[in-house]
Write a protein that binds this ligand. Structure first.
Ligand code: PLP
Length: 419
């Protein structure tokens, strides 16, 4: 069972202040989860989570994570600018971009961010762009092939295709890159890799860590580079479906610790700091898209029309992603009706759910669409002139705070040339 983090009574009060649809975030859940992550890696003195800004680029969310000791992972100019304005300082900013425009390297360097290079050609590009190579630098590794974990009769627990991914340097390029960077004055090196997305397995990070730790030992031996940090990046997932088991971050941290002691410590690299760039894991479960049922339509199928649409949450429309739906106040009613839950876009993919079993829904019901805290509002767009919704924070004391207002038609018209 997936339970909303608000009750119907709370929500009925909240919608008096903020008309639906809106994204609601749970401060308590966000903080508790960030603390659990930091606790899980507290055995590593240099550990730091750099929150992947793209998941939820809201200044108040970033500040809240900053208070919990997190930095930020940026991959664009505006993400760097937002992080700077939110008060993140040099060492708290990771810049993991790809196909990077020159101006972004310039700003990342000005801010003192740690630059994570996506390609070997970016070494010379960076040198030319900012006039030097930073003393601390990182390279993104892509081992190619496929990455699998935990084969069983049902298939693999985790399977992804780094060989098809546009990111990162090959293994031979890593060696060449470290040699070149060293020649150009780099003194502290990091290694980054992102091999699988939204993993539901406590073994993903430990397996990735083992690969990176082994690679770090080899690179140190081959190039003499002083490797001071290893970045496990993102990829720890969340259970979108109610029957999926959640990851246990304490078990994950312990698994990484074992790999660290098995591989890095014997190689005399027991001072390496670890970092993560989690996005989804940090925010997805702590966001709800709150929407009201506007219409019921009985044609070839049964449709529930709500006031949110794919412009507020794109994942179901573009990936067929499952997002659980709770009909507020009917949590214990039997799910004996089958519905398509749709938005209003002139796009047949604008469906939050297809053939979903729900309790009998009535016009005016409030629906909570779960796990929208990451890549929810962030992926919003304005197709059909549907505007991006407000974002509201449910504070730890039970009060609410508007953390982004809804767009207005004036916002939508502002970039047009009218005459
Ligand atoms: C998207 C992204 C992340 C975050 O990934 P999650 O799966 O949300 O944890 C981390 N690092 C980089 C470079 C990314 O592009």
């Amino acid at each position: 069972m997936k339970k909303p983090f608000v009750s119907l009574e709370q929500l009925q009060e909240i919608v008096k202040d903020y008309p639906t649809p809106f994204h609601l975030y749970d401060e308590h859940g966000i903080r508790a989860n960030a603390r659990a992550l930091n606790q899980a890696f507290s055995w590593n003195p240099g550990f730091k989570e750099y929150f992947a800004v793209k998941a939820t680029p809201n200044p108040q969310i970033l500040k809240l994570l900053h208070e919990e000791g997190c930095g930020v992972d940026c991959s664009s100019l505006t993400e760097l600018m937002m992080s700077d304005r939110c008060g993140f300082k040099g060492g708290e900013i990771m810049f993991s971009s790809n196909d990077t425009p020159a101006e972004e390297f310039v700003l990342a360097d000005q801010l003192g961010a740690t630059i994570n290079l996506d390609d070997i050609t970016h070494i010379d590009f960076l040198q030319k762009t900012i006039g030097h190579i930073p003393k601390k630098i990182s390279c993104r590794f892509n081992p190619g092939g496929t990455f699998t974990l935990g084969e069983s009769k049902e298939g693999f627990q985790v399977m992804d295709n780094p060989g098809d991914a546009k990111y990162g340097l090959t293994r031979p390029q890593m060696t060449e890159a470290f040699r070149r960077l060293k020649e150009l004055g780099a003194e502290e090196f990091g290694i980054h890799a992102f091999l699988a997305s939204n993993t539901l397995s406590n073994d993903y990070y430990p397996a990735l860590a083992a690969i990176l730790f082994q690679t770090a030992v080899e690179l140190k031996n081959e190039t003499g580079a002083h490797i001071t940090f290893i970045n496990l990046s993102g990829g720890v997932g969340v259970p979108y479906r109610p029957d999926q088991p959640a990851n246990d971050i304490a078990v994950i941290g312990e698994g990484v610790r074992r790999a660290y002691e098995d591989i890095l410590v014997p190689a005399g690299m027991g001072d390496v700091s670890l970092c993560t760039e989690l996005g989804r894991f940090m925010l997805a479960p702590y966001g709800h898209l709150v929407t009201t049922v506007l219409h019921q339509k009985h044609t070839h199928k049964e449709y529930i029309g709500v006031d949110a649409c794919a412009a507020n949450l794109m994942r179901p429309a573009i990936y067929g992603a499952y997002h659980h739906i709770t009909v507020m106040g009917k949590e214990t009613a039997p799910c004996d009706h089958m519905y398509d839950v749709t938005g209003s876009l002139c796009e047949n993919s604008d469906k939050f759910a297809i053939d979903r079993m729900l309790p009998e829904v009535e016009t005016g019901d409030l629906l909570v669409i779960h796990d929208t805290g990451a890549h929810g509002h962030a992926m919003g767009y304005q197709y059909n002139g549907r505007l991006r919704s407000a974002e509201v924070l449910l504070c730890e004391d039970g009060s609410t705070r508007l953390i982004r207002r809804a767009e207005t038609p004036e916002d939508y018209f502002a970039t047009a040339i009218w005459d």
